[in-house]
Design a binder for this molecule. Structure first.
Ligand SMILES: [Zn+2]
Length: 753
């Protein structure tokens, strides 16, 4: 019996452990489905694969290669460790062997993945006699190498940001690439959603436009984690029909998947035992038995705290190696490579990581994975869980929930996990601000013809507008760029507008920009004394210069986060669709005026209020899209106004959390406002708006799917064990007022009747 089987058996007989388990599912193993190499596969490549022990392909690999050969744009939807890289590497390498002029462009969302990919490609092609040049092209690429890569790189591996700001604007230096571009590989496609996805869709419009100029029409090969709408997302990103391959042919070993809810310590406040401490206890038990384990946490702080606890728990002698390591952004590449290698070889028994190890970096397969808190989406959870599981024998994946509503919902509704994914990745390439910005970049790259479509979108009016603004000038039916500046430089793919506040880390020896937030979110996220999280690291804002759009921050390690108190005035400008019935529903364009007046410090896990402070910043205004729902006269019977108000406040607090399950959004991406007598509708009204200028498609999706989303909201509330409301459902009772929980349920009853 293996050590893991022994531990599992022990747990199965332990009533104290079992009382915290809300679901223990054994996902059965499956044999692989294999097919022979396609006839068309180059014999030399076939030999190279055979030498590496690959004698056949998994069925999904063969299906993908066939779809690509038949000239389809192709999307492969497969779990972690199912050999997805061969789905694109084989067609790409084959095409280069056949025609050494052929080129391919690979897009990965992060630099670390790009480097891994290049190493893998070089290994695969090392003994082919055709020399194959494969390079990463990103901010780290040495200036001396760049020219060679532009001229003779067969495969250029980069990221969307680099494509946007460094490659497309300088397309004249990349003629060999664009003239001969046969394939574009887009990996981790599900990451391209929300604002980032809306930008990337426009970058792809520009890329295709440049390719057409040089006479190439590349095929896209895309890979995605499991989501509800991979085909829809792919077609939104490339604006052409795609072939979707979802059947996984890779063999799978049996996996025990456990959802674990730490015991309640205060039912009234919804407080549970710390997920960090529970995860630590579980993981140390596993590691002590020699079971190789990866522990995921949501933050850098979590990594360090868990690492310390785990090492202390082992009671080592001085100088003895615990065999446990931390892994996160901020570690040096050399350190990371050593950890990855130690994991593959088995010399490292345990690793505590942020989601930095969730993506494709090769660490081999471990025995067990413990997740501290819900990773934020079902797709991420499966990717993290996929880090455990060898080809044979059992493996373990365990999710240890915290007290937040989404965590509680997931552990009490396991069907969401094991059923069809409800998560739809959304984006809006026609968001007016984002579209206009990329139109400027596109016009800089090549002049626009009168009547030319951008992707599938009609843009004559926008070109006319830019000409009026003296950004473009029109001559003989063509629009030319006329400003001196270079537009891509000031447009970040990670935020909606160009008016961003840059975040400067002053705790480094030389201050460095570590990120930016749009002007509308700045008062919420980077007011003075705010704790700003970046790549799992905590920073405290020391000074916000709103006029100069600069926030100065310093690294800290604290046990709290900050929550700014936002008062919002919302005005409806236009309703796009309406539906009147027992309740009235609509979505449309709104104007938001927001003022932040104070903030609170809130302790992690317990949500305890540790103090407050004032914020002195001007009001901000943005146009975005919103969904709204109002209760017509009579629909609420004789429900007192105070209870209607309490119910609306409760729903406003819980809906953005529950909607994240369907929209793959962060709960902060969607905001709710309630008005007991709204000026526009004159009725009790609940508004939910996209928290980005111009919106990214959430409001429309809620309008279409409100029943499904609100049913989940009802489950969150009814399944919560508090009596008056708590942070795990509608927020604490003191904030909601009288009978908040019952009132929220009563309103939902009316909506879902
Ligand atoms: Zn509750």
């Amino acid at each position: 019996m293996s050590n893991l089987t022994e531990v599992l058996q022990h747990w199965q007989e332990d009533p104290a452990f079992l009382s915290n388990v809300t679901c223990w599912k054994v996902v059965p193993g499956a044999d692989g489905k294999y097919l022979d190499f396609p006839e068309s596969l180059n014999p030399r490549l076939k030999t190279a694969l055979q030498k590496r022990g690959i004698g056949k392909l998994y069925s999904h690999q063969a299906a993908a290669i066939e779809a690509v050969e038949q000239d389809n744009h192709t999307v492969v939807v497969t779990p972690t460790a199912s050999g997805k890289t061969l789905c694109y590497n084989l067609p790409v390498v084959s095409s280069v062997i056949k025609n050494p002029a052929s080129r391919a462009l690979y897009l990965f969302p992060t630099k670390a993945l790009s480097q891994d990919q290049v190493a893998e490609l070089r290994e695969l092609t090392s003994d082919l006699d055709t020399p194959l040049n494969c390079h990463t092209y990103d901010g780290d690429t040495e200036a001396g190498l760049r020219q060679g890569i532009r001229r003779s790189g067969h495969i250029v591996v980069t990221n969307p940001d680099m494509l946007h700001s460094a490659i497309l604007p300088h397309h004249t230096k990349w003629v060999q690439l664009f003239q001969n571009l046969q394939y574009i590989v887009v990996d981790e496609m599900h990451q391209y959603r929300g604002v980032f996805g809306s930008h990337v869709a426009n970058v792809i419009r520009r890329l295709k436009r440049i390719c057409a100029f040089y006479g190439s029409y590349p095929r896209f090969i895309m890979c995605s984690a499991t989501i509800a709408n991979p085909g829809e997302l792919a077609e939104m990103l490339i604006q052409e029909p795609v072939k979707v391959i979802t059947e996984n042919g890779a063999p799978q070993a049996e996996k025990h998947f456990i959802l674990y809810n730490p015991p309640l310590v205060n039912p009234e406040l919804g407080l549970r035992r710390s997920s960090l401490l529970e995860a630590q206890q579980i993981a140390s038990g596993l590691i002590k038995k020699g079971i190789q384990t990866i522990i995921f946490t949501r933050s850098r702080l979590g990594v360090e705290v868990l690492l310390t606890y785990l090492r202390q728990g082992l009671k080592l002698k001085t100088g003895e190696d615990s065999g446990i390591r931390g892994y996160r952004g901020g570690y040096l590449p050399r350190e990371r490579r050593a950890i990855e290698q130690g994991l593959r070889e088995g010399s490292i028994k345990g690793v505590v990581s942020t989601n930095a190890l969730e993506l494709g970096i090769d660490i081999g397969a471990l025995d067990a994975c413990v997740m501290t808190g819900y990773p934020g989406s079902i797709a991420s959870t499966w990717q993290q869980a996929g880090r455990s599981g060898r080809r044979s024998g059992s493996s373990l994946a365990m999710l240890v929930a915290n007290s937040e509503p989404l965590n509680q919902y997931i552990v009490s509704n396991p069907d969401y996990f094991f059923g069809r994914s409800p998560e739809r990745a959304l984006a809006d390439p026609d968001n007016l601000i984002i579209l206009t910005n990329h139109l400027r970049c596109a016009a800089f790259e090549l002049p626009f013809e009168e009547g030319e479509l951008f992707g599938q979108t009609e843009v004559s009016e926008l070109l006319g507008f830019l000409a009026e603004q003296d950004v473009l000038y029109e001559n003989d039916g063509r629009y030319h760029w006329m400003e001196d500046s270079y537009p891509a430089e000031e447009i970040s793919l990670r935020s909606a507008t160009r008016e961003n506040v840059v975040i400067i880390d002053i705790s480094r020896p030389s201050p460095q920009v570590i990120g930016e937030v749009d002007r509308f979110s700045a008062p919420m996220l980077v007011h003075e004394e705010a704790i700003y999280m970046h790549a799992g690291t905590q920073y405290q804002v020391e000074k916000l210069d709103f006029a100069e759009k600069k926030a100065y921050v310093r690294r800290v390690d604290v046990n709290y986060y900050t929550d700014a108190n936002l008062s919002v005035d919302l005005k409806i400008l236009d309703a796009f669709e309406e539906e009147n019935g027992p309740v009235n529903l609509a979505w449309g364009e709104v104007r938001i005026n927001a003022l932040v007046s104070m903030f609170k410090k809130i302790r992690f896990n317990t949500h305890e209020n540790l103090g407050a402070g004032p914020v002195d910043l001007p009001e901000t205004e943005m146009h975005t899209s919103a969904f709204w729902l109002s209760f017509p006269p009579g629909s609420l019977g004789a429900m007192p106004l105070s209870e209607i108000q309490a119910g609306l406040i409760g729903l406003a607090s819980v809906i953005p959390q529950a909607a994240a399950l369907y929209l793959m959004s962060d709960p902060r991406d969607l905001r709710a406002v309630s008005q007991v007598k709204a000026p526009f509708t004159e009725l009790p009204t609940l508004y939910l708006y996209d928290n980005f200028p111009g919106g990214v498609g959430y409001s429309r999706e809620i309008f279409r799917n409100y029943r499904e989303i609100l049913k989940s909201v009802r489950k969150v509330i009814t399944e919560c064990r508090c009596s008056q409301g708590c942070p795990s459902c509608i927020g604490p009772a003191f904030r909601n007022g009288e009978n908040g929980k019952q009132s929220a349920l009563r309103l939902l009853g009316v909506i879902l009747k």
